[in-house]
Design a protein around this ligand. Structure first.
Ligand code: MG
Length: 333
């Protein structure tokens, strides 16, 4: 199908608002437009504080997902490897928390941020290592919250805990590059996440030598086709890639899972994806929610559930806001 008109999108849109089970970076409710589109369900859920030009890139992804599947390499339903995510909890709570996730072998640990200290961060990561044992894989994510010095001190202290990589330790690309050079002797990689908010950022990040791993998120980068081109760029520069979510419902997570499958074809050692975030939401919009357990995520085709779309439907006022936002963003697509 050719690109949808505003009228098409209006007719297919379900506006939903789902409480977060785990509030994340100040977000307590996740709002999204879910399109019941010809090529399958599609999600548009740019964060509320994003401007129209950025939100328009997310809309390109939703349009690709719902209307241009003929451009995307086909994938089969299957299971993919995902990391478990440990939020900023006490070290003492870590063993029970990991058990509740089915004891995944690869874990992302959140560090830094409001109220964090180096001691509590290190204790949490140490508790994860103790629980996983020597063969488990650990990556940490500071969401850009550390200063250069804080990052260096924290990473050096955690070095004996055998980290695979540190995701966005500091905010700026220049600091990422400096830190990466300092960390090279430790053999700990640096991953760029928030540094790549749009596909064109990849050039700046690679030219600065700022990372070893590039985090790919389908919606923010504008769809699978765009992500494949960013991934090619990253791999040509010697970087690895990892697919992660933007806190989506199962509709968005499924699309991220497909990107992971395409990128992993013929790459048996690809990094576990950060797509086990469905349980951060209190509910979902499909009959078969994508929920990770024991480090794996089953990618069955998603089917919208009318009852859930109704249960989580937005107020009329919020729905009008989203439809107005969509109308403005469609101009940029
Ligand atoms: Mg991250």
């Amino acid at each position: 199908m050719s690109s949808p008109s505003l009228r098409d999108l209006h007719a297919m849109a379900h506006a939903v608002s789902i409480p977060m089970a785990t509030p994340f970076r100040g977000i307590t409710t996740r709002e999204a437009l879910i399109f019941d589109a010809p090529d399958g369900p599609a999600e548009w859920s740019p964060f509320l504080d994003y401007g129209d030009d950025e939100a328009a890139t997310w809309l390109s992804s939703a349009i690709e997902q719902g209307f241009h599947q003929d451009h995307i390499p086909p994938t089969d339903p299957g299971t993919i490897a995902v990391n478990g995510t440990v939020p900023a909890i006490d070290a003492a709570s870590v063993p029970a928390f990991l058990a509740s996730l089915g004891s995944p072998s690869c874990v992302k640990v959140k560090v830094g941020g409001p109220g964090a200290t180096r001691a509590t961060d290190v204790a949490r990561v140490r508790a994860v290592r103790d629980t996983l044992g020597a063969t488990g894989r650990i990556r940490i994510d500071a969401n850009g919250s550390w200063t250069l010095d804080e990052a260096e001190h924290a990473i050096r202290e955690m070095e004996p805990l055998d980290l695979d990589y540190v995701e966005q330790p500091v905010e700026s690309v220049a600091d990422m590059a400096v830190l990466r050079r300092r960390m090279a002797e430790l053999g700990i990689g640096i991953a760029a996440d928030e540094s790549i908010r749009r596909s064109s950022d990849i050039t700046t990040v690679l030219e600065a030598g700022a990372c070893d791993v590039v985090v790919l998120k389908v919606q923010p980068l504008g769809g699978i086709e765009k992500c494949l081109s960013v991934a090619q760029h990253a791999r040509d520069a010697g970087c690895d890639v990892v697919v992660s979510s933007a806190l989506e419902t199962s509709v968005g997570l499924h699309y991220g899972g497909r990107l992971h499958q395409i990128l992993s074809a013929n790459q048996p050692h690809s990094l576990a994806a950060g797509l086990g975030t469905g349980s951060f939401l209190e509910g979902d919009v499909v009959k078969n929610p994508l929920r990770a357990f024991a480090g794996s995520l089953q990618l069955s085709p998603v089917e919208l559930d009318p009852e859930l779309l109704q249960r989580y439907s937005m107020t009329e006022e919020r729905r009008d806001w989203w439809l107005g936002r969509m109308e403005r963003c469609l101009e940029f697509v």
